[in-house]
Design a protein around this ligand. Structure first.
Ligand SMILES: Cc1cc2nc3c(=O)[nH]c(=O)nc-3n(C[C@H](O)[C@H](O)[C@H](O)COP(=O)(O)OP(=O)(O)OC[C@H]3O[C@@H](n4cnc5c(N)ncnc54)[C@H](O)[C@@H]3O)c2cc1C
Length: 467
């Protein structure tokens, strides 16, 4: 239905892949984390994958797609688990994997192309001046910095720096618009909100500048507890220790660690709930004293591990955030998960209520983070999935108890977020993507301006039927 042959002619010299198997593979992200999205999006595929190597080539592709009215869905590494990078209306996937240069390293910041993998950025900044990215998802070793800014929310480092959209966590994005002649805009300050976490619906990020902090040889530590509430409470108190520098603190309910962290199993007991943490080497003795005071048992620490363990064990951050669920899905593909917030100042009380309410049907997983200056816990609890109706009930019960859910079983920005339209992103889309060709179907406010966000129903993008 889209004229890919005409596109190929218009952008001669730029790689256009039309082999259906490769196109299908590069049209998929981690949408299958959700049984609901799996059912709805399994068939989704683009018509071609286009891989530019420079910003000028991106502009060429956008101009041609604008002229030919071909939808464009941008892709970093395709690790989004809300179906962010799924090309719902077909068209092309704009693959930025080859725009991956680290362009400049300064004291406190780095400039990189959007397709740079975060671990590669850190390799360069560590080698240059012993600095590291302040904040990264647990997909650090595979995901791109552009994909994180456009599709992620926070992660390892959020205990110190808060969320990705908090002012200061991104310094500048360079963005191309989707017009007859694409414009290049350098966004800073509040203007960053136009494209941050907008799923590439209103501009293509080609380059970013992000802040750096001093790099450490973080020590991975697992700490064991008899009850999940004791683990969650320790995690939260550790987060409040101003002098103990950590980069990651997660509490995970038994039997999840033992059942799913297979390579760490020898350090764990099935009935033990675990706190996964990354501690700066100079903070380790204070951390040990804190554990002793809290009657917490250290089960594993990477600084004392054997060479063999160091070689075979994944890093602690790959037990946390969405990697907890990934490890679970590898053992039991029937599970799924939620993304929640246990709000300040009653974070722990909300956690206790959810433990009482759901028990092992929704094993707890909290991520301790700074949020508006307070230390709170976000949640990525596992859900032992039975039916979509029960899943909806579990979500409603959380919300009835004052625990907001950022629903990972929805592919739109609004339903996966605050359940309201974002006027800044919408107005930028009107300006930067007047034909609505960027990642169609993901911004309800654009697709259906009269949509009622209070309705219990899921938004269904009409274009999905044609894909
Ligand atoms: C195992 C696992 C663990 C995860 N852990 C975390 C976590 O800790 N924290 C977190 O926030 N997320 C997490 N995620 C979600 C995801 O990995 C992150 O959001 C990641 O940063 C996405 O990067 P990516 O390069 O794969 O982006 P993609 O999945 O390719 O894209 C994400 C979104 O951004 C858009 N996009 C990509 N590049 C650009 C660009 N240059 N310009 C404009 N739009 C663009 C895409 O269209 C899509 O909508 C996790 C996912 C998995 C599967």
């Amino acid at each position: 239905m889209f004229d890919i042959t005409a596109l190929q002619k218009a952008i001669t010299g730029i790689n256009v892949e039309t082999n259906p198997q490769i196109v299908r593979q590069k049209s998929r992200d981690f949408f299958w984390y959700s049984p609901v999205l799996k059912r709805q999006l399994e068939h989704v595929t683009a018509n071609a994958i286009v891989t530019p190597k420079t910003e000028a080539e991106v502009a060429e592709v956008l101009a041609a797609c604008f002229e030919l009215e071909i939808p464009v869905t941008t892709r970093g590494s395709g690790t989004g688990n809300y179906g962010q990078a799924m090309p719902l209306a077909g068209g092309i996937v704009l693959n930025l994997a080859e725009m991956n240069a680290v362009k400049a390293i300064r004291n406190g910041s780095v400039i990189a192309e959007a397709g740079a993998i975060m671990a590669d950025i850190d390799l360069a900044t560590r080698a240059h001046s012993n600095q590291e990215i302040r904040l990264h998802p647990s997909t650090y070793r595979t995901a791109t910095i552009g994909g994180f800014i456009a599709g992620g929310s926070g992660g390892v480092g959020s205990i110190n720096w808060g969320g990705l959209r908090d002012p200061g966590n991104v310094i500048r994005t360079r963005v191309l618009t989707m017009e007859a002649t694409p414009r290049v805009l350098d966004l800073t300050g509040d203007d960053l909100q136009r494209v941050s976490h907008a799923y590439g619906t209103n501009g293509i990020i080609t380059e970013v500048e992000i802040p750096l902090s001093a790099a450490y040889d973080w020590i991975d530590v697992l700490v064991g507890f008899d009850t999940v509430l004791a683990a969650a409470s320790f995690a939260q108190s550790l987060g409040l220790q101003d002098g103990i520098l950590t980069k990651e603190i997660a509490a995970i309910a038994a039997p999840v660690p033992y059942d799913y962290f297979l390579r760490h199993q020898k350090f764990l007991k099935r009935e033990t709930s675990v706190v996964v943490t990354m501690v700066a080497p100079h903070a380790m003795s204070a951390f040990e004293a804190f554990c002793q005071r809290s009657r917490a048992e250290i089960l594993y620490r990477s600084d004392l591990a054997s060479d063999e363990d160091l070689k075979s064990l994944p890093p602690a951050y790959e037990l946390a955030w969405n990697h907890t669920t990934l490890r679970g899905l590898r053992v039991d593909p029937s599970i799924t998960y939620l993304q929640t917030l246990y709000p300040h100042p009653d974070s722990l009380q909300h956690i206790a209520e959810m433990i009482d309410l759901f028990g092992d049907e929704v094993p707890l997983h909290t991520e301790v983070s700074r949020f508006n200056g307070n230390i709170i816990s976000f949640g990525l609890p596992i859900v032992r999935f039975t039916t979509e109706e029960r899943l909806a009930e579990i979500i409603a019960l959380h919300e009835d108890h004052g625990v907001p859910v950022f629903n990972p079983h929805r592919y739109t920005l609004e339903e996966g977020g605050m359940k309201q339209s974002n006027p800044v992103q919408l107005s930028f889309k009107r300006e930067a993507d007047p034909k609505g060709l960027l990642n169609p179907g993901k911004m309800i406010a654009w697709e259906d301006p009269n949509y009622n966000f209070d309705s219990d129903k899921m938004y269904l993008f009409p274009g999905l039927d044609q894909n």
